[in-house]
Design a protein around this ligand. Structure first.
Ligand code: HEM
Length: 708
């Protein structure tokens, strides 16, 4: 029976709530006022409420961090909400100290919250902290070993070849093609169904979703717009790009193509199959202009794509954690999350059965003295950890489901962004492109009869998938003629594996990838919070606001720290006066310098930043003992990028229209935008054309779309 709340309760409840808010606010203001960071130099704050956050919105295009560093030194503070000081440092020693203490300097709660909505919770590798993270990292590491990544390369080859063939088809008949909807274009308001014009005039405004970015909160990745309700966007226009030069003998007129959605789709297909044996068929869906996407792709898009607008509530949730419980989730989001869970569970169950069967077979083969290679692909690793009886190696079902979302998200948009910017850099630097193509073409590729590529069996869902067509590439001429499909496949795999090894060590390809990832780091900034008072060493002493010379940075528990990855990758002290210029040769020069030093028995120049890769922070940094938060998928990404560049660049010439100004828009991942067309959202229009004397028959795939 309903009993009315007592009057005392009615009076006390609002008072308690008010007290909570006042107390929390007071504590926050007090904490900020007592932070030793307040003594550090830094730019003036244009707004009490927003601090410098609005200024930072466009920091990747206006060199803000470099300007601040020039004005205030390598270590300074900027202001966050209600004037809170946030540390920003480009000092390598300080950055190493922070990044190598992943558990003492975790991601701030508001960053974790934003990532958690993308990674479906707090139990994925991106969002887990402390012991849970340590355990997960240990379990997952084998799935990202060099040998394991090598075994995934057939999928990279297949997708790269498919994309190349689609693009070559486009160069052959540009009018027949349309730019697909970017599966991860951030949308503000999805266009209403039925507005799509299948063949609008070439100069018609593009009905692209408009971009929404917030620089102060790392928003979950982006929006998937099911093509049913989305416009088809014609950006293929036969027009000579201003300032383009004939790089080599090229056929056809160059046609304008928004490469971003194609690369996003290719990368999604790669991580789906390589990570979980799930065939998104995202490239095919676009190439065949199908009006449906896979069930998981749709759900994925809704979850990651809900554009997070700047709301007062968002800020309040940063200050008052209790408000985070009142996050609204609409019906579409709930449905998408349920779908993700359902498919995730099905994927896991399917693989669990396979792993159990394999386990039995292994037991038998051990008895018989035979040796079975145990699968180490990501999903199998996850599933095995779920059934493990060792507590330290066991992940719960919820952790498993979080990892699926985490890796789908973390593993595809970053790679797509990296590839997009690399093509852009090469389009703007014809000499580098020609040099790279010459190197790539100097590598003989296997030729011969087509044989099926061995890739993980596609996941069977209720989604009306196309029958999976295995990619085919020729087997190596060096191999003896295949006597059976199995031996032919093995021969082919061996030939392609050898080709992969070869391209992994191509010096100019490596230099191009490094230089592109230096200048166009897909993740431009990361944030950390101090969990205890600490003293951070610096390489360059600085003068604080009181005129004192400081040789360290004092931080207090709760202080927020920004690590400007991109700005550090462009630091003149490390990279020289031409740090802003795309010049792959700098990597060759550095290598020669190091070789000379080694010959003389001297130590090299030494690392400036102990980043995971190439002295850069592009893939983050970390220390296995005290919290390794560096990118677990960096080998995966580098292999994927190199294979795609190898396949695409050999046959296709890329150029750009120098009148079209491209800007960076940061939304966790850095994506391109045309400055004069912000309403069109993220895009990267380039001009492509087939390079003549193309060895396009060298690397082939059984295409079930397009023309030859
Ligand atoms: C060019 C491509 C990529 C770039 C530039 C990149 C960059 C990064 C960076 C900077 C971090 C650290 C973030 C931080 O500390 O705040 C990170 C973490 C991570 N990356 Fe990547 N990533 C790429 C590709 C991938 C791929 C392909 C995968 C998976 C297949 C992946 C999975 C992850 C995961 C799971 C984490 C979290 C690791 C942890 O906290 O232990 N990334 N990535």
């Amino acid at each position: 029976m309903y009993s009315p709340p007592s009057l005392l309760l009615v009076l006390l409840a609002p008072a308690a709530v008010t007290l909570y808010f006042l107390w929390t606010f007071l504590m926050l203001v007090l904490r900020q006022a007592r932070s030793p960071l307040r003594h550090l130099p830094g730019p003036p704050s244009p707004s009490f409420f927003m601090g410098n956050l609005r200024e930072m919105h466009d920091q990747e295009n206006n060199g803000l961090v470099a300007r601040w560093a020039a004005a205030y030194g390598s270590t300074f503070v900027y202001r966050g909400f209600i004037g809170g000081c946030r540390l920003m440092t480009v000092d390598p020693l300080a950055v190493n100290h922070i990044m190598s203490r992943g558990y003492e300097y975790p991601k701030p709660d508001f960053v974790r919250d934003a990532l958690a909505s993308m990674a479906a919770g707090y139990e994925g590798l991106l969002t887990a902290e402390g012991d849970m993270h340590r355990k997960q990292r240990k379990i997952l590491n084998p799935a990202f070993s060099a040998a394991q990544i090598r075994s995934l390369t057939p999928i990279f080859w297949e997708k790269a070849i498919r994309l190349r063939d689609i693009w070559l088809d486009i160069t052959a008949s540009p009018k027949a093609f349309f730019t697909p909807v970017d599966p991860f274009a951030r949308t503000e308001a999805p266009p209403s169904p039925g507005t799509a014009d299948p063949e609008p005039a070439a100069n018609a405004p593009l009905l692209s979703p408009s971009a929404v970015t917030t620089s102060f909160l790392p928003n979950p990745f982006a929006a998937f717009v099911p093509s049913k309700s989305s416009p088809t966007i014609p950006t293929v226009r036969a027009r000579q790009p201003a300032g383009s030069c004939a790089l080599e003998l090229a056929s056809d007129a160059p046609c304008r193509l928004d490469v971003l959605p194609w690369l996003a789709r290719a990368a999604l297909d790669v991580i789906g199959e390589a990570g979980f044996g799930y065939a998104f068929h995202s490239l095919e869906a676009a190439a065949e202009r199908r009006d449906y996407e896979s069930e998981l792709a749709q759900a994925f898009g809704v979850i990651f794509g809900t554009a997070r607008k700047f709301r007062v509530m968002t800020i309040l949730q940063v200050w008052f954690p209790v408000l985070r419980r009142f996050k609204r989730e609409n019906a579409a989001m709930q449905h998408a999350q349920a779908t993700m869970r359902k498919i995730g569970t099905e994927l896991i169950e399917q693989r669990r059965a396979a792993v159990a069967a394999e386990s039995e077979a292994e037991k038998r083969s051990t008895i018989e003295g035979d040796k079975t290679v145990f699968d180490r692909d990501l999903l199998s690793v996850l599933v095995r950890s779920n059934i493990s009886e060792v507590p330290g190696q066991r992940m719960s079902m919820n952790e498993l489901l979080c990892q699926i979302s985490t890796f789908l998200a973390a593993g595809h948009e970053t790679s797509a962004s990296a590839l997009t910017w690399t093509l852009y850099a090469l389009a703007r630097c014809p000499s580098a492109q020609v040099k790279l193509r010459a190197e790539l073409r100097s590598v003989p590729v296997p030729s011969g009869p087509s044989v099926p590529v061995s890739s993980p069996p596609p996941f069977q869902s209720s989604f009306p998938q196309q029958p999976s067509t295995p990619a085919s590439v020729p087997s190596s001429p060096a191999c003896s003629p295949p006597s059976s499909p199995t031996s032919a496949a093995a021969a082919h795999d061996a030939a392609m594996a050898a080709l992969f090894d070869r391209i992994s060590h191509l010096p100019y390809l490596d230099a191009v990838v490094r230089e592109a990832l230096r200048l166009y780091a897909p993740i431009t900034t990361t944030m950390r919070v101090a969990t205890q008072d600490d003293v951070i060493p610096v390489a360059a002493p600085y003068t604080d606001r009181r005129g004192r010379m400081c040789e360290e940075i004092r931080v207090r528990k709760g202080d927020i720290i920004s690590v400007p990855i991109q700005a550090m990758n462009k630091g003149r002290e490390t990279w020289g006066e031409d740090a802003d210029v795309f010049r792959p040769e700098r990597w060759e020069e550095a290598r020669h310098r190091e070789e000379r030093c080694e010959e003389k028995g001297e130590k090299g120049r030494g690392k400036h930043v102990q980043g995971l890769w190439g002295n850069m922070l592009t893939f983050g940094g970390g220390n296995p003992v005290n919290g390794n938060r560096s990118c677990i998928g960096y080998r995966f990404a580098l292999s994927e990028i190199k294979v795609f560049l190898f396949v695409l660049l050999r046959d296709i010439e890329f150029s750009n229209d120098s009148a079209v100004e491209i800007e960076k828009k940061v939304n966790v991942v850095t994506r391109p935008c045309v400055k004069s067309e912000p309403h069109r959202g993220n895009q990267m229009p380039l001009y492509i054309r087939r390079v003549l004397r193309s060895p396009s028959s060298d690397l082939r795939t059984d295409r079930h779309f397009g023309v030859s």
